[in-house]
Design a protein around this ligand. Sequence first.
Ligand SMILES: [Mg+2]
Length: 267
Amino acid sequence: MKPKYLFDNLDTLTPTLKGAFSFFIFLDYDGTLVPIAPSPKEALPKRKVFNTLHKLTSCPHIKASIVSGRKVEDLKKILPLKNVFYVGVHGLEVTPQEDHTVKIYDTKGLKKIIQRLKKKTDAMIEGNKGFLVEDKEYALALHFRLVADKLASKVVSKFIDSAWRYVKSGILDICIGKKVVEIRPGGVSKGAAVELLINKFGKESFPIYIGDDTTDEDAFRFLSESGLTILVTEKLRKTSARYYLKNADEVLRFLNFLSTLKTCGRR
Ligand SMILES: [Mg+2]
């Protein structure tokens, strides 16, 4: 499906948005709230991100969730917010209440497998400074934002091979994102986490999901009939999202618009 530019269609959408009793807004972090940086450590939120999210979450009829591939622990450090549901490691970790992270999948035995794969990966990239291995305890990401394409694809295929037997048996999944490839628990997805949060905390809310990556597509599919789905992208690509925005600044502009909708919470 070809997405439509959100700001060209806002007039058509506004009655639906105004008619909603409440919103449940799901936001990816990297590439959605902040631009993609050379390394994950450099992708820090600016003051305007805090201001916008604070405005959103102070409205009693808006629920917000940050849905990321990063660990909840790390997300909370870089983006500490009150009244926000954090979803980490692509849906493996869900924080339904403050300071209370739940792993919604059985992770028994997974830690050891990930440790073993991390050792192998460290050996693969030895001497190549551009790679970055991110150990997420139950998932392992190999970032290659600073590596030449040829070398990156060689190492990535080795990385995938090393996990292949677990992928075949359904224990792990391979997920390819923007300049990152990730090994994560099988069956885990952002879509499944969104479903869980909606069923538990937001059945009456109108869901809105904004994300930029292939890992967000599960959530777009899950919400295709029931919510507003927005892909963040400079270049149009195939997606299950109905609309698109071009960058993180436009996402903030839209979020500010949502928080000013006067009918928020009123019938
Ligand atoms: Mg992203």
